[in-house]
Design a protein around this ligand. Structure first.
Ligand code: NAD
Ligand code: IPM
Ligand code: MN
Length: 357
């Protein structure tokens, strides 16, 4: 019997709602397999916590998370607390503090899900983004100077270290080698304008490309990439991008796969020196929070990614199969997909399917 200790941070808004379903699914997996157990410790670090305590998490927050096998996070951010505080002091603090420099985000259209781009199918929309997750524009370096004067200016520096850039690219090349599609890696760049950071990025990419000669490579400027992802998503297999570009393009990718309700993600520290954190791509969606209609598929797919990471890919595949069975029933799905299902009814239906597999 393998017992995993999981830290659960539901966060805010629909983060709390979809987390319940993610945990339900893990409990079903545990019951079904009989050889996996999860013990969940819940942490109420969130905007509500901030309102009470003036901080998003306690000072020793990272220390308290350090010994877990994994962290599950719902979503953070709610009106009333400025986003740069809620996100920097919790989500980004964990990603950066635990050196989770890989952000793995699959973009895959599942059967029965409508793609807004005409003619796309599960065969044509099937790629994985590797987003650098600790540096770039998110490094937090800069300042606002003389804000009240007419000479006011703001500087937001982006930082690219060789160490992290190279590790992220190697991870992406290795994945392109492993994935069965085209053994192809696309690097997102913008070296026509960003003459330091992206030129540096391109040099490292070129260097590694000659080491991974069996992997087909392509370099696309981020603006063109946004267009190509709509025009010819079938051409992309593994994509590597800097933090900000990866952030933007993975929301575009989410649209291709049927919306943010499907976009799953993993923040990985590949050395396993620190715990990795699993969270859907979407936010706390204040407009729909509290109504029980958020699509929990992204969270449940995220749970599948956690199972994969823990070495239980076959159980991960079962979760994905159960999701696909539920998607086949137009009455079962949530309103974002045109159905009348609720967050809880979708979670329940997936658990029922798991028990029938
Ligand atoms: P959002 O992802 O919360 O919502 C964008 C749109 O997608 C909204 O229309 C929302 O209703 C819809 N949506 C998102 N997830 C959905 C789901 N599971 N089912 C159905 N519809 C879904 O992004 P936003 O509105 O830009 O941000 C809201 C808050 O969340 C902000 O505070 C933001 O900073 C934060 N945020 C947090 C995370 C995170 O914690 N990982 C990620 C993104 C945004
Ligand atoms: C994401 C989110 C975060 C990011 C925000 C909320 C800080 O948009 O996980 O994609 O930009 O990384
Ligand atoms: Mn984002």
């Amino acid at each position: 019997m393998k017992n995993y200790r999981i830290a659960v941070i539901p966060g805010d808004g629909i983060g709390i709602e979809v987390m319940r379903e993610g945990i339900k699914v893990l409990e079903s997996v545990s019951q079904l397999t009989g050889d996996l157990q999860f013990s969940f410790d819940h942490y109420d670090w969130s905007c509500e916590y901030y309102a009470k305590n003036g901080v998003m998490m306690p000072k020793d927050g990272l220390k308290r998370l350090e010994a877990y096998d994994a962290i599950l996070l719902g979503a953070v951010g709610y009106p009333g607390v400025p986003d740069h505080i809620s996100l920097r002091e919790l989500l980004l603090e964990i990603r950066q503090g635990f050196d989770q420099y890989i952000n793995l985000r699959p973009i895959k259209l599942l059967p029965h899900v409508q793609c807004p781009v005409i003619g796309q199918t599960p065969e044509t929309v099937d790629m994985v983004f590797i987003r650098e997750n600790t540096e770039g524009e998110y490094a937090g370096a800069g300042g606002i100077f003389r804000e009240t004067s007419p000479e006011a200016c703001a500087v937001q520096s982006s930082i690219f270290t060789r160490r992290t850039t190279e590790k992220v690219m190697r991870y992406a090349f290795e994945l392109a080698r492993k994935r069965g599609k085209y053994h192809k890696l696309t690097s997102v760049t913008k070296s026509n304008a960003l003459n330091y950071s992206m030129v540096f990025w391109d040099h490292i990419f070129d260097e590694l490309a000659s080491e991974y000669a069996d992997v087909q490579t392509e370099q696309c400027h981020v603006d063109a990439m946004a267009m190509y992802m709509i025009q010819r998503p079938q051409d992309f297999d593994v994509v590597v991008a800097s933090n900000l570009f990866g952030d933007i393009l993975t929301d575009l990718g989410a649209a291709l796969q049927g919306g943010l309700g499907f976009a799953a993600g993993a923040n990985i520290n590949p050395e396993r020196k620190y715990p990795s954190m699993f969270e859907p791509v979407h936010g706390s969606a204040p407009q729909i929070a509290g109504r029980g209609i958020a699509n929990p598929m992204a969270m449940i797919w995220t749970v599948k990614m956690m199972l994969d990471f823990l070495g239980h890919e076959s159980y991960g595949e079962c979760v994905l199969s159960a999701m696909m069975k539920v998607l086949a029933d137009p009455n079962a799905i949530t309103p974002d997909l045109g159905g009348k299902g609720t967050t809880a009814s979708v979670g329940d239906a997936i658990c029922r399917q798991l028990h029938m597999l």
